[in-house]
Design a binder for this molecule. Structure first.
Ligand code: PMP
Length: 383
């Protein structure tokens, strides 16, 4: 089996499973309890928080553990927005290509009457900074833009957007879920007010993530309770937090891994383009995170290509993974101006730490044999 869907989730690193098992077995106390078991859990929580903070370049007090990036995104947007009290500063600006769950939140806010705008993207999937500059004005409370897109892998100019947001007196939130673990990351250097991330995208467990919140930034809690300095209530999920910390500690030299994975990604794209007619790579010329390849095989529908890959034991996903069933084109490709029929052919191959040169060689040897006859059929029909 060859797993090429690392943007959806990653297999847990061995140290992660060990850390979680050890925590569940030995450190099962409630970190808020005063007795010995509670104090042991409190120390383990503090140690994990210190690790997370060290690896991510923030202070331990700036880490708010959540159930994942979806919750962290909600906490950031709802919590930062409702902390802004000026009546004339209520607008929220998102990019048009945020994660589906994040755009659903944007639409829910619009339905409640909150003014919301969307920054567009260019045909190559990069953010339209002119559009951003035009939208970010003195009525904006918050700007929320992702660091790297989960479908195309395109890196967004979050430094420039942060500068625009702060110049306008607005808060800046970055969804860095698809960046952390794939490229070097440092919260303090990024300078955003809040950053979301998720453990399961970087070989940690599912159901745990964090919102990093810059010290001194006002946030209205969305889940009440005394935990996480009253910013997110609920007994801490200590096994998952320990697993999250272990995954971050295990990341190693992210920049070196990115070079290796980008080489494999490029070999994959070039090999497919050499072997088959009509292979189009979306955002090929844009700056992208290392492992993401988003492409279309001529006129083939995504399900057809994915089904042939499954026959070969290769797991990948379509661009419209979140609306699987497949009839709706990806909102990211739609925002890029890709026609509907082309968008419905989009297949995402996302490589990771475990991907080897042999995996790519196998795919390049086997997949063209299955797809070439289909593409020839289309060409014959069109002729
Ligand atoms: N944001 C982005 C950019 C993502 O790729 C994902 C996961 N697909 C999420 C948010 C949601 O993360 P989680 O699964 O931790 O809720």
């Amino acid at each position: 089996m060859i797993y090429l869907d690392h943007n959806a989730t990653t297999p847990p690193a061995p140290g992660v499973v060990q850390a979680m098992l050890a925590t569940m077995t030995d450190v099962w106390g409630n970190a808020s309890s005063q007795h010995a078991q509670g104090q042991q859990a409190k120390r383990a929580l503090a140690a994990a928080r210190a690790t997370v903070a060290r690896v991510l370049g923030c202070k331990p007090s700036e880490v708010i553990f959540t159930s994942g990036a979806t919750e962290a995104n909600h906490l950031a947007v709802l919590g930062l927005h409702s902390a802004v009290k000026e009546a004339g500063r209520q607008r929220i600006v998102f990019s048009a290509v945020e994660h589906a769950g994040h755009l659903a939140l944007a639409r829910a806010l619009m339905a409640q009457g909150v003014p919301v705008d969307f920054i567009g993207v260019h045909a190559d999937g990069t953010l339209d900074l002119d559009s951003a500059a035009g939208l970010i004005g003195p009525d904006v409370a918050l700007v929320s833009v992702m660091a790297a897109n989960n479908e195309t892998g395109v890196l967004m100019p979050v430094d420039e957007v942060r500068a625009l947001a702060h110049a306008a007196g607005a808060r800046m939130h970055v969804d860095a879920t698809q960046l952390v673990g794939k490229a070097p990351f440092d919260f303090a250097r990024l300078g955003a007010d809040a950053v979301s991330l998720s453990a399961h995208k970087l070989r940690g467990p599912k159901g745990i993530g964090a919102l990093l919140l810059r010290q001194g930034v006002a946030l209205t809690p969305q889940v009440q309770g005394s935990q996480e300095r009253r910013r997110r209530g609920g007994t801490e999920n200590l096994p998952a937090i320990a697993g999250f910390a272990a995954a971050l500690e295990d990341l190693g030299d992210v920049a070196a891994a990115a070079v290796r994975i980008a080489q494999l990604r490029d070999a994959l794209e070039q090999g497919l383009q050499r072997a088959l007619p009509g292979v189009h790579v979306f955002s090929a010329q844009a700056p992208r995170v290392a492992g993401t390849s988003y492409l279309r095989f001529g006129p083939l529908a995504a399900e057809v290509a994915l089904q042939r890959m499954a026959q070969l034991g290769v797991s990948a996903s379509s661009g419209a993974a979140c609306s699987s069933g497949g009839s709706e084109p990806s909102h990211v490709l739609t925002a890029m101006g890709v026609p509907r029929d082309e968008a419905l052919g989009a297949v995402r191959l996302s490589l990771g730490e475990a991907t080897t040169a042999r995996d790519i060689e196998y795919l390049l040897a086997a997949l063209p044999l299955l797809l070439a006859p289909l593409l020839d059929n289309y060409a014959a029909q069109a002729a």
